[in-house]
Design a binder for this molecule. Structure first.
Ligand code: PHE
Length: 339
């Protein structure tokens, strides 16, 4: 029996009390009637008569010790609480908190705007649900022309006049209708196309379109402006190339390529061993489009261009799957933290 008493004594002395729950645990284990010490009193009758006195004394001492400890714990806890409440330790290092980061598409859009604002462009916006005039007709898409199909349009409630905009050229029509040249505007925004989602395509993505209209704007201005952009966005050594193309709203039209950021022209699988990657479309605004917006094509000329913000971001950061932008995986997003 004495060894049992010793055991309880050791346990009692090493019992850590740091919270109210610990204190209650201590009480249940050593003080309450059904505690281990209470049980020792119950065993008294089984102890041989000649040892009973000694056993009783030891159990009593243990009980007193438990009571003293209990009181000490109560006091320590009370002091402890008041000290943490009133005296925070200001010398401790701060706890680390994690910051959010700018979404890579937002960062690209901001950079785009920064580059063009410095050469006199403003930013314009328009509705995502558009009518046929602003998305197609004003932009010189003839009715029933296959070019409309190229855009994989989402129509609203089977009304062929209302659709989700397929490009932000629709915003440029609105600007041309409401402002007089000179116009220098940048139209960022969400656009929608009925395409299957894959690593390279999405049904919702972001465009950045630019428009410059004034007297005497030429293709040389278009080239020089986009060359300036490419060097600012991708680096001084970036080369630019224009390939003839077709858009209903520009004439002549050109696809814009930059030298491959991965292999710098040597050839790799990103540029399909050509050394060039496409970043968007461009061209001189078709005179019909100017006339549709009440701008005299005999007096004014202009250029326009359009690029995908996702595509520019993928090229800039070597991201190989478009879907990453919308998955909100924090391990992906954190890599673009500016903090
Ligand atoms: N609007 C075109 C598209 O979405 C891009 C473009 C804009 C091309 C301006 C030329 C000039 O495909």
């Amino acid at each position: 029996m004495p060894s049992k008493i010793e055991e309880i004594k050791l346990e009692l002395e090493s019992y850590q009390v740091e919270t109210q729950e610990d204190l209650e645990g201590f009480r249940m284990q050593f003080i309450a009637r059904k505690s281990v010490i209470g049980a020792l009193f119950g065993e008294m009758k089984n102890v041989p008569a000649e040892e009973r006195k000694q056993f009783g004394q030891e159990v009593n001492e243990l009980k007193n010790l438990a009571q003293t400890k209990f009181q000490n714990h109560i006091e320590a806890l009370a002091n402890d609480n008041s000290s943490t409440e009133t005296h925070a330790d200001l010398t401790l290092p701060p706890t680390r908190s994690s910051f959010g980061s700018i979404h890579p598409l937002t960062a690209t859009r901001q950079r785009f705007i920064e580059i063009f604002e410095r050469i006199g462009f403003n930013v314009s916006s328009g509705p995502e649900i558009e009518d046929d005039w602003h998305n197609f007709t004003a932009l010189n898409f003839p009715e029933n022309h296959p070019a409309r199909e190229m855009q994989d349009t989402f129509f609203i409630q089977k009304n062929p006049d209302i659709a989700l905009r397929t490009h932000t050229s629709s915003v440029q029509v609105r600007v041309m209708e409401n402002e007089k040249p000179p116009i220098r505007t940048l139209s960022p925004g969400r656009v929608f196309r009925n395409e299957a989602i894959s690593a390279r395509a999405h049904c919702v993505f972001h465009q950045m379109e630019g428009l410059y209209i004034d007297r005497g704007v030429s293709f040389a201005d278009l080239k020089q402006t986009l060359y300036h952009f490419a060097k600012e966005m991708f680096g001084k050594d970036t080369k630019l190339r224009f390939r003839p193309s077709y858009f209903p709203f520009t004439e002549p039209s050109a696809e814009i390529d930059i030298s491959c950021q991965i292999c710098h022209g040597d050839g790799c699988n990103i540029c399909k061993y050509t050394g060039w990657v496409e970043i968007g479309g461009s061209g001189m605004v078709d005179p019909n489009v100017l006339a549709n917006c009440d701008i005299d094509p005999e007096v004014y000329t202009g250029f326009a261009f359009g690029m995908g913000i996702e595509r520019i971001t993928m090229l800039k950061h070597q991201i190989n799957d478009l879907r990453l932008f919308t998955e909100n995986d924090i391990r992906f997003l954190k890599q673009f933290s500016t903090l």
